[in-house]
Design a protein around this ligand. Structure first.
Ligand code: CO
Ligand code: CO
Length: 319
């Protein structure tokens, strides 16, 4: 991205390339700003209908993370049209379209190309009130941090590829990835939110680090409060760890201090790359319990996992 020439300053560009935020935001008028994002990837599960759902939930998530409401989507499709049964593509599209309908957005078009390997994703346009944009910076000392989905997704999806996962655990991780962040975002929007982002490729600690450094605060994470999918630790101990998660662990090392009893496997789990992860939300201390209860009573797997501190700016302490 650093090779892209800088935009001319534009007062309507509210969130652009300068921050490592989830989506771009452009103000149309005093009531409405556009939220724009796109995401696509190669299949991570064998079930094409499920893959479509996950890809859609993942792409829509960046609009939710910014406090927006998705309104229109377009499909991005790469497919080996002469090699694979076209019914597979039809099922991917059906899975996506069901998730898009659940989000309340409408599909308005898309583009497909013949490709060696299937790829699928969405470009998503949402709207948000210009005064109500949520960004991944702005966390304040004493805020509590909430996470709305369990982690361990990278390790479990690696286990899928190596055929090392049982059906029950496969169903669980697919369900977590296919869950929209819609309910979490709608509930969050009733509270004073200082910062929010969604957990994806940089893992929980990578996205937490972005929040800490962008907000000029320190963050403490309570390792035993972080919800982790069943079997994650056993698989990681058996060496089922995606390369990206090891890389996250390595590049974050200078900015994270782990209590001495947090072993390397637990460190890597906290850095594990996620697909279609939950929201990470910084909320004032006095609203944290209420927000967490509201999320949980609406079926969101939320937990309070840490707090913001005024020392160790830009650093994370895991205890
Ligand atoms: Co994101
Ligand atoms: Co994204």
């Amino acid at each position: 991205m650093r090779h892209i020439p800088k935009n001319e300053p534009n007062p309507n560009l509210l969130v652009g390339l300068d921050t490592s935020d989830d989506a771009g935001v452009y103000k149309l008028n005093n009531e409405t700003a556009l939220v724009q994002t796109l995401d696509y990837f190669t299949p991570i599960v064998d079930d094409p209908y499920m893959f479509g759902q996950i890809a859609a939930a993942n792409a829509l998530s960046d609009v939710y993370a910014m406090g927006g409401e998705p309104i229109t989507v377009m499909n991005i499709v790469g497919f080996p049209i002469n090699k694979l049964d076209k019914n597979i593509l039809a099922q991917i599209l059906a899975g996506s379209s069901d998730k898009v309908r659940e989000s309340g957005a409408v599909l308005v078009g898309g583009h497909s190309i013949d490709d060696q390997e299937p790829k699928f994703g969405l470009s998503v346009t949402g709207i948000v009130h210009p005064d109500k944009i949520r960004a991944n910076i702005g966390a304040k000392p004493k805020d509590r941090l909430l996470l709305t989905k369990p982690i361990g997704v990278g390790i479990l999806t690696t286990a899928i590829k190596r055929d090392l996962i049982e059906q029950e655990d496969l169903n669980r991780v697919m369900e977590v990835m296919a869950t929209l962040n819609k309910t979490a975002a709608e509930i969050m929007n009733n509270y004073t939110i200082h910062a929010s982002t969604d957990i994806t490729g940089f893992g929980l600690l990578g996205h937490t680090y972005e929040m800490a450094s962008g907000s000029n605060v320190g963050i403490t994470i309570y390792q035993n409060k972080v919800p982790v999918l069943p079997k994650t630790k056993q698989l990681a101990l058996d060496g089922v760890i995606p390369g990206g998660s090891r890389k996250n662990h390595k590049w974050l090392n200078d900015n994270i201090e782990y209590a001495e009893y947090i072993d390397e496997i637990d460190q890597i789990i906290l850095c594990d790359a996620v697909t279609s992860g939950g929201l990470l939300i910084a909320v004032p201390e006095e609203q944290a319990e209420s927000l967490n209860d509201a999320l949980r009573s609406n079926g969101v797997e939320s937990a309070i996992i840490g707090e913001v501190t005024d020392d160790f700016s830009g650093k994370i302490y895991v205890k």
